[in-house]
Design a protein around this ligand. Structure first.
Ligand code: C2E
Ligand code: CA
Ligand code: CA
Length: 439
């Protein structure tokens, strides 16, 4: 489990080689792509975006972008073959050329290795920072033959990778169009928030011991003419973060959820609701006051609101997170650590965060039947949560066997499609009438 991965100190700055220049890398790409074309060989171009690089600058008492990049490039180089080349192409972007590949899947393997190389917190003088990199991948001959084409395809993929949980994305061909569509959405989102076009669906949580429903998680939905399934929530959040709309979006979600909660309460059935908060809201000093105000506006008992914060966003700036979480706790709401297992909380972090509930990340739970490693992680997350007095939720229960396995390990609550997918408000109310007192 990553929670036990010890942070590794960065190389001393003197050890980190100066990054290769952009020009040298482009010359290499010219040369290698000509060789690949002539020999029917393969190569891959990866564009890696560092994200959160400002936190690294702050940690290193910068800002000295050159020093930061040298440090990062050094870590990346160590993860690659000697013939692979890495160069900074901007303050936050690195380009990687992987010449002479035997198979396109090697490019994905390399991307995963690069993401892992940057997984560990960078520790410096008692502080630490974690980057949240993402990588776009394009290969020759699949996605183009000349350097400009490959760079563009890798960049489009990088843009899409930002919204993908796995952190990388391989170019698919029709995405030039897709990214254009998403760019158009930037403007649409603002209008959609104002026009109340977004919607919340609610996925129930049940208590494993009794089968009783105990609450529901509000999940954002935006039915958009662009696609049958609408726009994925992580894309909506990504657009909002990028365009400065995240504050309005959070405010909208919070109020829509609490309004719904008030309606249910008025009809005689209070349902505890969980609301997701994104990374940037956690650094918003106004947040506790906004939450307090919304609860009062809708007349909700603060204990009936649970705020979910991803593990990874809590620990990127632990000091500030502790301060904001403590103030939120003061408002009386419950706090949950979401996607537990995907970040790097150390035990000392967990002890300091005033958290009520721990939600184990979906892939570990859904994979716990077939993979003993996942099962071990789930077991230790449950023990760890209980040890710190938290209630533990297994999410991603997509088969009945997973629900049984979680119950056998003493997990408190479960959530997942095998119990119920996220439902529109009216459908949740009907579901609740059947399962509210146990199933
Ligand atoms: P999350 O907070 O981890 O939410 C759980 C996600 O897992 C939901 O995806 C849910 O539909 C899905 N899920 C639940 N059970 C199963 C299952 O058994 N199998 C599978 N394959 N999936 C299952 P969804 O609705 O697509 O949301 C994705 C993510 O988007 C959420 O992950 C959350 O990080 C973000 N998100 C959604 N709504 C909001 C919101 O209102 N605000 C913010 N900031 N983020 C949101
Ligand atoms: Ca969540
Ligand atoms: Ca989650």
């Amino acid at each position: 489990m990553s929670a036990t991965t010890p942070p590794v100190p960065p190389p001393k700055v003197a050890e980190a080689a100066a990054p290769e220049t952009r020009e040298a890398l482009l010359r290499l790409l010219d040369r290698e792509s000509a060789i690949a074309r002539a020999t029917e060989g393969r190569l891959a171009v990866l564009i890696l975006e560092l994200r959160r690089v400002d936190r690294l600058h702050a940690l290193l008492k910068g800002p000295d972008p050159a020093m930061t990049l040298a440090l990062v490039v050094d870590r990346l180089r160590k993860a690659l073959r000697p013939e692979d080349r890495v160069a900074a192409i901007g303050e936050e972007q690195v380009c990687i050329v992987l010449p002479r590949l035997a198979h396109p899947s090697q490019a994905v393997l390399a991307a995963v290795k690069l993401l892992r190389a940057l997984d560990r917190p960078i520790v410096h003088e008692g502080g630490s920072a974690v980057l949240r990199p993402c990588v776009g991948i394009a290969t020759l001959p699949e996605h183009g033959f000349d350097p400009a084409e490959l760079l563009m395809a890798a960049d489009i993929s990088r843009h899409i990778a930002e919204t993908r949980e796995e952190g990388y994305h391989v170019f698919q061909g029709d995405e030039a169009v897709e990214t254009e569509v998403y760019r158009g959405l930037d403007l649409d989102l603002e209008r959609a928030i104002r026009a109340n076009e977004l919607e919340l669906h609610y996925q129930p949580l049940v208590e494993l011991a009794s089968g009783r429903a105990i609450g529901a998680e509000a999940l954002l939905r935006w039915k958009h003419a662009q696609g049958p399934d609408g726009v994925p929530p992580l894309t909506i959040v990504g657009i909002a973060e990028r365009t400065g709309l995240i504050g309005s979006l959070t405010y909208w979600v919070l109020n829509a959820a609490l309004r719904q909660a008030a309606e249910w309460k008025a009809s005689g059935r209070a349902i505890r609701l969980s609301v997701n908060l994104s990374v940037s809201t956690l650094t918003d000093r106004e947040l506790p006051a906004v939450v307090d105000q919304s609860i009062k506006t809708w007349g909700i008992d603060p204990r009936d609101l649970m705020l979910e914060i991803a593990e990874s966003s809590m620990i990127s700036d632990a000091e500030r997170s502790v301060a904001i979480l403590t103030r939120l706790k003061g408002v009386g709401v419950g706090l949950a650590i979401d996607d537990f297992g995907s970040g790097f909380s150390s035990l000392s972090h967990l002890k300091r965060f005033p958290i009520d509930e721990l939600k184990i990340d979906r892939p570990y739970v859904s994979g716990m039947i077939d993979d003993p490693g996942n099962r071990a992680l789930v077991r230790s997350a449950i023990d760890l949560g209980h040890h710190f007095g938290m209630r533990v939720v297994g999410e991603g229960v997509d088969r009945p066997e997973v629900r049984e396995a979680l119950a056998a390990l003493g997990c408190d609550f479960a959530q997942g499609n095998a119990i119920s997918p996220a439902l529109p408000a009216a459908a949740l109310r009907e579901w609740w009438a059947v399962h509210g007192s146990g199933a």
